[in-house]
Design a binder for this molecule. Structure first.
Ligand SMILES: Nc1ncnc2c1ncn2[C@@H]1O[C@H](COP(=O)(O)OP(=O)(O)OP(=O)(O)O)[C@@H](O)[C@H]1O
Ligand SMILES: N[C@@H](CCO)C(=O)O
Length: 386
């Protein structure tokens, strides 16, 4: 490994990555929608001697108290270190402070790990002065989070479709290294990797490919977030290895219609609602998310005017409802339960009634929830040097 890079002046960056919802019904491991909640890193790098070098994390918001503050254990800084090591670099000879503010709840199906991984790649990019392209950032993120739906939406923003490319034999070895080698577990008395150790290869190029679909500005988003977590690994463990052909066709037909129907004018609630139904992951996850099928089948455009479609968000347990946006605006408001701020949408009467209706249905299952009115984040991840 080369000596850590040295710097001559203080540098500061802000890294901002949106939350995301994956699948959007039939698009399992394909579709993603970036949402207006954010993970924000304020980073300062102050030059110092190699002996005084350190990385200091502070953390507030979602996951505070749970996310490690040791830079060799925190997901964000471990990913940054992976990017640096694969360029034969390490953390710089500097005091690096990373102030993390997180609005993306853990394990709820709102893409917290994808936001953290994308933020980590951008942190490594900044600290190593690597000037990675967007595609290269995606390659690194996909080496850690190995399905592309949340990562793509968090990185590029908006409504996305993505796939993993079939790799040539020559590319297979760097892409198939185990996650434990990409992100090694450092010892309990954590410290930097020893020189000569832990040099993961750089990923192949263009590991994932994506498109951005149109998404009507007339659509608002209500997310209903239960007060319990479902780990993505557990939710994936609930899925079978093989599916009946009829179920695959059911999803493919709806996926094709859904991607175009969300940018149509006028929006057709009956088409969108039906196109957001799924047979390959939602029914299988019912056991982990009590009341899921009841809610998805009870809430329709007929019973709840303004509702366009409804689905599980990512691996759950959050439910995502797309709602006609016409009378909402962005701002700060107070509801019965909480103050809603920071880019969330001021809910229209229809959004409020849909959020409350889902909350009531979940109450019947003994599950407490919080609902939020959000908008789509069309910008995606940003790295800004101050
Ligand atoms: N900001 C963060 N800082 C550190 N670790 C994080 C951060 N965000 C997420 N993580 C890690 O990722 C885990 C959550 O990942 P998981 O894939 O289970 O859920 P999710 O990404 O929120 O859901 P989904 O992928 O279904 O949208 C957390 O328990 C934590 O270990
Ligand atoms: N497509 C993934 C999203 C979760 O990260 C799943 O549903 O398991």
């Amino acid at each position: 490994m080369s000596a850590p890079q040295t710097t001559s002046a203080e540098r500061k960056w802000v890294i901002r990555v949106p939350a995301s919802s994956a699948n959007i019904g039939p698009g399992f491991d394909v579709l993603g929608l970036a949402l207006s909640r954010h993970l924000v890193l304020n980073v300062t790098q102050t030059p110092c001697s190699a002996a005084d070098s350190k990385v200091v994390l502070s953390y507030s918001g979602e996951g505070a108290g749970e996310a490690p503050l040791d830079p060799y254990k925190n997901l964000i800084t471990r990913v940054a270190l992976y990017v640096l090591l694969s360029h034969q670099l390490s953390f710089p000879s500097a005091v690096v402070t990373v102030d993390i503010t997180n609005q993306v709840p853990f394990g709820r199906g709102l893409g917290s790990s994808a936001s953290a991984v994308v933020a980590g790649v951008l942190l490594g990019d900044a600290l190593g002065d690597l000037k990675l392209t967007e595609d290269r950032v995606k390659d690194y993120a996909l080496m850690v989070e190995r399905h592309p739906d949340n990562v793509t939406a968090a990185l590029v923003g908006g409504f996305t479709g993505s796939f993993l490319r079939i790799l040539d034999p020559s590319e297979l070895s760097p892409s198939s290294i185990p996650l434990a080698e990409v992100l090694p577990a450092y010892p309990a008395n954590a410290g930097p990797p020893l020189p000569g150790q832990e040099k993961p290869p750089q990923p192949p190029t263009n590991v994932g490919r994506h498109v951005k679909y149109g998404f009507s500005k007339d659509i608002g988003v209500v997310v209903v977030v239960p007060k319990f977590e479902v780990a993505t690994s557990k939710a994936r463990g609930a899925l079978p290895e093989a599916y009946p052909r009829a179920d695959v066709v059911f999803n493919l037909q709806r996926l094709a219609v859904l991607t175009a129907s969300l940018s149509a004018s006028p929006l057709d609630p009956n088409v969108i609602w039906e196109a957001m139904r799924d047979k390959v992951h939602q029914p299988q996850r019912e056991g982990l998310i009590p009341g899921l099928s009841k809610i998805l089948n009870t809430m329709t455009p007929t019973t709840h005017p303004g509702l366009l479609g409804i689905c599980l968000s990512g691996a759950g347990p959050t439910i995502l409802a797309l709602v006609s946006n016409e009378s909402s605006s962005t701002g700060t408001i107070t509801t019965d339960d909480s103050e809603i701020t920071l880019g969330e949408a001021k809910p229209s009467a229809q959004m409020s009634s849909i959020g409350e209706a889902i909350k009531e249905l979940w109450k019947e299952e003994g599950i407490e929830v919080e609902w939020l009115a959000l908008q789509v984040d069309f910008d995606g991840a940003t790295l800004q040097e101050l």
